[in-house]
Design a protein around this ligand. Structure first.
Ligand code: SF4
Ligand code: SF4
Ligand code: SF4
Length: 271
């Protein structure tokens, strides 16, 4: 026999948005059946809602690594890097470490989040993640220029000024999007060094913080070494499972940068 709904519970259910109502109804009935009851009261519905919300917010691992979708704007391809970074974080025992520090089941807000974006548009929202690798390519000017002006027009940052001797690029404005390289018909602007801008310490929540640039350009082959240094430092400085941004706020940016440089020089395996 099916589960019966009391009037007050039905009334509450009617307030659930119609496009999820059926799903909520099924989930509540399952919850009530598991408890060995055959009727849904308003209280059951509220309890089930809490339990489901709680279960949905639990996570298996103490970290998450995301990639961007990748599109024509990409200046670099992350390839196997996201899964290799996951492996570094797993080897570092981050899940067990955070479980111990947090003293409770891990939830989304405990996770150490790393993202990759394949261009400076940063669709994967690196500004609010613990660690963000944002693709960039350095434009290099070399050889004769026909002064067509395409590069100046393509640069959304106003970083290019066309002079009699060719384009001049202001490195303080350039984000490394590569648009000028793509449009140059003469090959005068070419790809220079390529890699990732590294941002750290972004988070949302009660005390949001936008990520800060730690390194302007990390070559692809250095990414894993950088992550190893960061995760080691994070574990050393962590007190109660707090996010990297909170750790940085507590120790201060200057000290954090110095300690990071030390760890990077020491190199070595994750601990
Ligand atoms: S970050 Fe860049 S490459 Fe990745 S999806 Fe966004 S626009 Fe495309
Ligand atoms: S790489 Fe992008 S931001 Fe830099 S100069 Fe070229 S178009 Fe401008
Ligand atoms: S797009 Fe190339 S050829 Fe045209 S002005 Fe710029 S550098 Fe010169």
């Amino acid at each position: 026999m099916g589960v019966k709904w009391e009037k007050d519970a039905e009334e509450l259910l009617r307030r659930v948005p119609f496009f999820v109502r059926k799903r909520v109804k099924r989930a509540v009935e399952k919850y009530v059946s598991r408890k060995g009851r055959g009727r849904v009261t308003a209280r059951d519905l509220l309890e089930a809602k809490e339990a489901l919300r709680d279960r949905a917010s639990k996570v298996e691992e103490g970290f998450a690594v995301e990639d961007c979708f990748g599109c024509d704007n990409a200046v670099i391809s992350s390839d196997a890097l996201p899964s290799q970074v996951e492996e570094v974080l797993r080897r570092a025992g981050l899940t067990e470490f955070l479980q111990k520090k947090a003293g409770e089941e891990l939830k989304h807000h405990h996770q150490f989040r790393v993202v990759f974006s394949c261009c400076p548009n940063a669709c994967s929202q690196g500004q609010i993640r613990d660690v963000a690798f944002i693709g960039r390519v350095e434009p290099v000017v070399q050889g004769p220029c026909s002064r067509c002006g395409a590069c100046e027009e393509a640069c959304e940052e106003g970083a290019i000024r066309l002079t009699d001797s060719g384009p001049q690029i202001d490195p303080t404005k350039c984000l490394g999007c590569g648009a000028c390289i793509k449009v140059c018909p003469e090959g005068t602007i070419r790809e220079g060094q390529k890699g990732y801008r590294l941002l750290v310490g972004g988070k949302l929540g009660r005390h949001p913080r936008l990520a800060t640039e730690l390194l302007p350009l990390v070559p692809k082959e250095e990414v894993l070494r950088v992550v190893e240094a960061l995760v080691n430092l994070y574990k050393e400085l962590n007190e109660k499972g707090e996010r990297l941004g909170t750790v940085i706020q507590r120790v201060g940016w200057q000290k954090f940068c110095e300690s990071f440089r030390d760890r990077l020089q020491q190199g070595g395996e994750v601990r």
